[in-house]
Design a protein around this ligand. Sequence first.
Ligand code: XMP
Length: 509
Amino acid sequence: MIVVIDFGSQYNQLIARRVRECRVYCQIEPPDVDIEAIKALNPDGIILSGGPSSIYEKNSPKTDPAIFDLGIPILGICYGMQFMVDALGGSVKKSIKREYGFAELTIHKPENLFDTIDKSATCWMSHGDSISKLPKEFTITASTDNTEIAAIENRKKQFYGLQFHPEVEHTPKGKQMLRNFLFSVCGCEPNWTMKTFAKESIEQIRDKVDDKKVILGLSGGVDSSVTAMLIHKAIGKQLTCIFVDNGLLRLNEAAKLKIVLKQHLNINIRFVNASGLFLEALSGVVDPEKKRKIIGKIFMDVFDAEAKKIQGADYLAQGTLYPDIIESQSAFGGPTSVIKSHHNVGGLPKKMKLKLIEPLKYLFKDEVRELGKTLGMPEELIWRQPFPGPGLGIRIIGEITRKRLSVLRKVDDILIEEIKAAGYYKKVWQSFAVLLPIKSVGVMGDKRTYENIIAIRAVTSKDAMTADWARLPHELLAKISNRIINEVNGVNRVAYDISSKPPSTIEWE
Ligand code: XMP
């Protein structure tokens, strides 16, 4: 396996992805990771990531230089290379000109990292500092017009440095360079597959849980369902899932999920219908944050009460994914981590005094889907679009009433049916309807109407951190609009949301 030290680059997740695409397992660690913890992972190599700092800034991130004594290959990328140079006795200086964008790389010898790569290759630069003096026993292996020291190596120790970013698409030969590092330099084997991951996770869960009991909040979404499946394979009936119907689910969703989950997962599931509690508490509430808080609090209370009925539970399992972990531990965790915190039910383990199990915490979303497939889960569970915990509650702008819920449910059902029929359900990240708190005038069968407006939102995204509105075909939008207005009483106008995130968000509240 490979350890990536995270110096805060926006491309860190990409490095991890690229390594895993080569079927080599890799894990991102913060710069202050203990050297003993690295040794315990027994990595075949280390990659030092880029980062926004200058090595000579006061609080620039540093990692224990003892990594250079581990006797394993190390690849420094951008800031990571500058850290390596500085730590090993070379020097780094501020460049007169910041270099950002494409550059032509001249490779001095097509060996090692550059094995099978032509003498010149396009690369992507993004740096303000440059190497001014090499550490002992290092040589320059590639240059650009602007940056003489664009790539370096200490062949004896197997230390490599790249001033540019091999992990981004803009460096077309970057993947080959990373492959060379993994396979020729580090001697990794491409044997990390979802099957191995599943097998190892199941063993680890068994060891950890022993004869204790585990509780899991099941939402019907991909992450919690795959978590349930994995843990169930490990410990069977020692796992109990709790599904809370908050009254804010889609049309017939609770009933449909009940059938699918029972049929395919054959797991202990307790279904709790708490719709009344939620809807009563939300009555008259229009402020989005208040809605979220009320929904979050009641969920915790209901879940806690149900969990207490399960005697002797020691563990709470959660479907946390890798991007969430990276964000919260990143050296430069931006405001995104704050925005996300209220999305998850983070207060549960503290309140319930349970130990956490998060078996998906090193996986990306598409890897979770692959894992689900490996575990034999049905498509309809693996390929569900994300649905927020507060459900339709944050898609009804203004007051949530049973009547308005019923209107939105019918609209949402038509929308999803058409999106699926047109083959767009998997192509977009999310597609949903929002019920607005204003009415508009229309004409139906020669009669004036004064009814609700629906906004349709469909976005493309990789991770929900940024998103763009989906360019759905006009014919599809026309069909959706026609069906909604014709089939749902109380709606006489449909609008399409054409805002991206940022500056908007995906959900309206
Ligand atoms: P925003 O609206 O912040 O949403 O752009 C980003 C992603 O998160 C989902 N989302 C939530 N998920 N609980 C959840 O489990 C929440 O409170 C919540 N709020 C937003 C949203 O659907 C999108 O995928």
